[in-house]
Design a protein around this ligand. Sequence first.
Ligand code: DQA
Length: 161
Amino acid sequence: MICPHVWQPSDVARPVILLLSGPNLNLLGDRQPEIYGSETLLEHVAAARERAQQKGFDLEHVQSNHEGDLIDAIHGARGRVASIVINAGALTHYSWSLHDALTAYKGPVVELHLSDPKEREPWRHLSVIEPVAVASVVGKGGSGYPEAIDIAIDAFSKSDD
Ligand code: DQA
């Protein structure tokens, strides 16, 4: 019998990594597979969650095609979430509101892209996320997801020392 008043190890809240996915990433698997690969966003999230859980972290994921939803999610992460991993999609290249929201978040931020935007059209070369990120993982396709989680966890662990 489990007595509700007895402390259980599972009662200990695990630190949370927030993974944010911007516009059009819900179409992964179908959208330009020659650039972004054939895996779906759900598959990338599952790989990211598995890596986070192996290291004792939980993973929350928010995908939105709306800038304000992503900003709200960043506000909701303040003082609560260990680190943020963000693939902001095309908002990467012009959303100073996203930049400002991430600046107001105190934990480490890792920028993530499936492709390498700097190897593509000139308008993709500017990243407004890069200046607020501890690292950028680019051009590695789906394997970038667990790698970005590793970096986010390492950066949080170092900041926690
Ligand atoms: C992307 C790169 C962006 O330039 C593009 O707008 C995307 C996906 C990537 O993961 O490679 O939507 O963020």
